[in-house]
Write a protein that binds this ligand. Structure first.
Ligand code: NDP
Length: 240
């Protein structure tokens, strides 16, 4: 059944694969982004998927952004909270700004978006919320106190909210990708990449489409008995 879906950060990287996969599954997709107009335009030109620009870290911007999407496509039934950033530094050098930027986008952004679709999902008795966390929110990572705290927060958010949505037909789940072959990871020096791959039992990086398939399943009507779950997709690198 085709439904209306929002994918935050849906114009690039893993989010772009998720947007495409949801469209292929028959859903009407809105991909949001933060500032890269060029990438968003190229994505829309290539896929026909509409893009909407607003900062997930800003509650009022999310409220009007969701309103704009709903005006264009209809009530949102699937929300994928994928937008995320890194501002890495060892803790003793981490600035309050690096802390706040990552928490605002990666954790508060999840609150801001979900809060603005939640009432509608409750009223209609159906919803799918899928949050994209990270292996580093499960296991921690040197230089990523801000990122790991936010991504671990996304897991706690998911578990608590799933209990509130359960009787209303709303499932809330979280996907924890390991290292995925996005531009960011492909840009690291080959030697570093080899070191990363050496830690992955399946012997390769993940593909964005592999995360997209996890999300498409969790977004489907078939997944109604799965809620509050953490779906780990990391090639065996960390067994949570
Ligand atoms: P990218 O950097 O490729 O894309 C990030 C997307 O998020 C872009 O569309 C970007 O918009 C958008 N975005 C960033 N900040 C904001 C903001 N404040 N408001 C609105 N949109 C914003 O990321 P990846 O594809 O690598 O990662 C996607 C998700 O997966 C993230 O949550 C990340 O933490 C997680 N993840 C990634 C892994 C990896 O190996 N790549 C591993 C584990 C988890 P714009 O284009 O305008 O900049």
């Amino acid at each position: 059944m085709g439904r209306v879906a929002i994918v935050t950060g849906g114009s690039r990287g893993i989010g772009a694969s998720i947007s495409r996969a949801l469209k292929e599954a028959g859903h009407e997709v809105a991909a949001t982004y933060g500032g890269n107009d060029e990438a968003a335009k190229a994505f829309t030109d290539e896929t026909g998927i509409r893009t909407f620009k607003f900062d997930v870290g800003n509650y009022e911007a999310c409220k009007s952004g969701v309103g704009e999407v709903e005006g264009a496509l209809g009530p949102v039934e699937i929300l994928v909270n994928n937008a995320g950033i890194t501002r890495d530094a060892p803790f003793h050098k981490m600035t309050p700004q690096q802390w706040s930027e990552v928490l605002d986008t990666n954790l508060t952004g999840v609150f801001n978006m979900t809060h603005n679709v939640w009432d509608g999902m409750r009223e209609r008795g159906f919803g799918r919320v899928i949050n994209i966390s990270s292996i580093n929110g499960q296991k921690g990572q040197f230089g990523q106190v801000n990122y790991a705290a936010a991504k671990a927060g996304d897991i706690g958010f998911t578990k608590a909210l799933s209990l509130e949505g359960a009787r209303k037909g709303i499932t809330v789940n979280v996907v924890c990708p390991g290292y995925i072959a996005t531009d960011m990871v492909k840009a690291v020096p080959e030697k570093v990449r080899e070191q990363i791959v050496a830690q992955i039992p399946v012997g390769r990086l993940g593909e964005p489409d592999e995360i997209a398939r996890c999300v498409t399943f969790l977004a489907s009507d078939d997944s109604g008995f799965i809620t509050g779950a953490t779906l780990t997709a990391n090639g065996g690198q960390y067994l949570a």
